[in-house]
Ligand binder design. Structure first.
Ligand SMILES: O=C(O)C(=O)C[C@]1(C(=O)O)C=C[C@@H](O)C=C1
Length: 278
């Protein structure tokens, strides 16, 4: 029986880093649904026009993509998995264009932030934020721009027929982005579960957060990330987004049961298999 290809919504167009990340997680046999914003990827999933969204959540140089935490919460999507992608950023231009011809460099703002050191050395190049990295490469091809380069990946150079004129311009060579795979509803899957993403609030009093974090420490559950986001319109109130991993499922279950007593608006956003190989 032929199984249907998963439909995966990405922010950006084909050959963007989101598509590369989707290939790494699902393999090449997917249907890519191109979207112009992260919000649109969520709408597409909400309307059942995609089976999954793949969403960047953190880059090792540029940091967290904070609005994406709020989107996941607002849409109440389930985290189905994670994937880490090494991000190698190249300057690419139409064939024949030389470095000295460059007046403009275009890319996604998060990609630009990963290359600030490079552009510090070339103040004559005007850096312009645009949509995703691949769309910048495609625009150079479509409009035959001879004074502009895109900062993008090798997939984009190949697909849109550009030459790479400067390789690996990211500020730190150990550069990676973590992506979350989201689905509309939680599914009972038979896959191995050893990591979770949860979200909660605590009261604004002495030791409130440390009380919760200690529960996980005492039960040998390792916290891999904590991110706080202000609760809209409420001064000194925060959502805490916490990722954690464990060896013993029973310990995790006990910790969750205990943590529930000391938190409000507690939500398990997803339980999934750790997949943090870069
Ligand atoms: O523009 C792209 O190619 C993207 O997939 C976006 C994005 C991001 O949103 O962080 C993905 C990974 C890289 O960190 C740079 C840009």
């Amino acid at each position: 029986m032929k199984t249907k290809k998963p439909r995966v919504a990405i922010q950006g167009i084909k050959a963007s880093f989101h598509e590369e990340a989707a290939f790494k997680f699902f393999g090449r046999e997917i249907e890519t649904i191109e979207c112009t914003s992260f919000k649109q990827t969520c709408e597409v999933l909400e309307n059942d026009d995609a089976d999954f969204v793949i969403m960047a959540i953190e880059n090792s140089i540029a940091g967290s993509l904070l609005p994406n935490y709020t989107l996941i919460r607002d849409y109440n999507f389930a985290v189905y998995g994670e994937v880490y992608l090494p991000i190698q950023l190249h300057l690419m231009a139409l064939p024949g264009v030389k470095f000295d011809d460059i007046k403009f460099a275009t890319s996604h703002p998060i990609a630009i932030r990963q290359c600030v050191d490079f552009f510090d050395d070339y103040p004559n190049i005007q850096v312009i934020e645009s949509s995703d990295t691949a769309a910048c490469a495609k625009k150079i091809r479509d409009e035959q721009l001879t004074d502009t380069v895109a900062i993008a990946n090798t997939l984009a150079a190949e697909l849109y027929g550009l030459n790479i004129i400067e390789r690996r311009i990211e500020s730190n060579k150990k550069n990676y982005t973590r992506f979350l795979i989201l689905q509309k509803d939680k599914t009972e899957d038979s896959k191995k579960i050893n990591k979770a993403s949860i979200c909660f609030q605590v009261g604004n009093h002495v030791g409130a957060l440390s009380k919760v974090l200690n529960i996980f420490a005492e039960l040998n559950v390792n916290l891999t990330k904590i991110q706080s986001m202000p609760v809209l319109g409420k001064r000194n109130e925060y959502y805490f987004y916490v990722d954690m991993e464990w060896k013993d499922m029973e310990n995790y279950d006990t910790a969750i049961r205990k943590a529930l007593k000391y938190t409000v608006n507690f939500n398990i956003m997803g339980e999934y298999e750790k997949n943090d190989k870069v």
